[in-house]
Design a protein around this ligand. Structure first.
Ligand code: ZN
Length: 471
């Protein structure tokens, strides 16, 4: 029996028409096979679908094509219609024409707004609120990469201890931030003392409280609730302290202290209280005699007080200070018409010399001497009653003023009639007294005063006087 294969049997069983159809399909199948194997293909690198943020520039990930071992990448034509300034979906077409083939592929690019709006709080993320108050919104800012102005879109939700701010842009990107509220008052009230914190009075004067003010961040004006402890006994010399205290509703407490110094009358007017003491004071300098005076004081081991003005050299003031002498204030201008025209004008002038001394010595001087003394009568010509006003006000501002009880006359009679060292010497030694303190007025702007100084000091030492320095 002849053995026939199954295929042959099948083939012979077909009719002619069926054979044609069979062969036709076989042909198509073969063509497709070769087409797939040998047709040029475009290969895209990166993703087939790309998402781009609004206005983010498109970076081509690359592409290639090869046909029968030949690189055709350079022949690929790219048509890019992506518009990064408008939201939407775009196609990039890659086509390759190499006879007889034509092939094409696309990449999808979607330009969208994928960024959340940015919400920023003004003020603190944790806001302190006074326990008795409502939180006052401090505001917020919102920016978005795509939507211009979203400020009106911000939804503010207020709860007991927090505020939630939410904003959604047109592409549904949502941002939420929270501000926490802390109901507490940790700030102390502000307590301000009017007048000076250190006041001076003479025995017998009345202490008048210059006043105070207390303001609290949560409780407002608390001046009425300030308590003052302590008292000033103006009949007795001494240092008194007044303690001011204020507490707000949350228990935050502020205290302040005012020192009131009550001086014996004799001390203020003469600056010293013991019999046989000599205080040497030099006014109006530094000047012509200062350098020599400093030499003599150094050699004799005596300390003095210099009531300086705006004139003379800084170096001499510095030297006097460094050698242990007291630098005190005499006014800057020494111009009666100016300084005694009003209280304000006096203090404006005093500030100039005070600033000068502070600049040179680093220390603020609280010792002053009025040109002409505290009870001079010349000042009346410029402002009646000015000395009474000034002597009170300088004490209020914490100054001590010093007059004198021995005038060396180096700017008086000696200067006009007999400008010699011996004239100055006579005027001082003649009035020295053991039964009181001796406050000697001299002027270091005079050369002959410098010349008289050594003999005056020697006289004092030999006759049992004690040279004292200011305290
Ligand atoms: Zn003077």
């Amino acid at each position: 029996m002849e053995k026939k294969s199954a295929l042959k049997t099948y083939w012979s069983s077909l009719e002619k028409r069926e054979k044609i159809i069979f062969l036709f399909f076989l042909f198509i199948l073969t063509c497709s096979f070769f087409y797939l194997i040998f047709f040029p293909q475009i290969h895209l690198k990166g993703k087939q679908e790309i998402k781009l943020n609004y206005q983010e520039s498109y970076k081509e990930p690359g592409y290639s094509a090869e046909f029968l071992g030949k690189d055709l990448s350079s022949k690929i034509h790219v048509k890019n219609s992506v518009d990064i300034n408008h939201l939407g979906t775009y196609q990039i077409e890659y086509s390759l024409r190499t006879f007889p083939f034509y092939t094409k592929t696309v990449r999808k690019v979607t330009v969208g707004d994928y960024e959340k709006p940015v919400l920023t709080l003004k003020g603190s993320e944790t806001a302190r609120v006074c326990p008795n108050q409502e939180y006052q919104e401090e505001g917020y800012e919102v920016t978005d990469n795509y939507d211009k102005d979203l400020k009106d879109q911000v939804k503010v939700k207020k709860e007991k201890d927090k505020i939630t701010y939410t904003v959604t842009d047109s592409s549904k990107n949502k941002t939420t931030i929270t501000r926490h509220l802390k109901y507490e008052d940790v700030e102390k009230p502000e307590l301000t003392l009017k007048g000076s914190q250190t006041m001076s009075l003479e025995v017998g004067q009345t202490y008048k409280e210059p006043g105070y003010q207390a303001i609290d961040n949560c409780n407002g004006n608390l001046t009425d609730k300030v308590t003052v402890e302590g008292s000033v006994n103006t009949s007795k010399a001494g240092t008194y302290e007044l303690h001011y205290k204020i507490k707000d509703e949350s228990g935050n407490e502020t205290t302040a202290t005012r020192k009131v110094q009550v001086y014996a009358k004799s001390y203020v007017s003469s600056g010293c209280g013991y019999g046989g003491d000599i205080y040497l004071t030099f006014d109006d300098g530094p000047g012509a005699g200062t350098s020599k005076i400093l030499d003599v004081l150094k050699e004799e081991g005596v300390k003095a007080t210099f009531f300086v003005t705006a004139s003379g050299s800084d170096a001499l003031i510095k030297r006097a200070y460094q050698e242990g002498h007291t630098i005190a204030l005499h006014t800057a201008s020494h111009n009666y018409a100016k300084i005694y025209s009003s209280v304000d004008n006096y203090f404006a002038d005093l500030k100039v010399v005070s600033d000068r001394v502070k600049r040179i010595t680093g220390v603020e001087s609280k010792y002053i001497r009025f040109p002409g003394g505290s009870s001079n009568t010349i000042s009346r010509n410029y402002h009646l009653g000015i000395m009474t006003a000034l002597t009170n006000e300088v004490l209020n501002r914490g100054y001590k003023y010093f007059d004198w009880n021995i005038d060396s006359n180096d700017a008086g009679a000696c200067a006009s009639k007999n400008p010699t060292a011996s004239c100055v010497y006579e005027h001082v030694t003649k009035y020295l007294s053991k039964s009181r303190c001796n406050m000697v007025l001299m002027h270091d702007v005079k050369n002959y005063t410098a010349d008289a100084l050594r003999d005056i000091i020697r006289y004092g030492k030999e006759n049992g006087y004690t040279f004292k320095e200011k305290n």
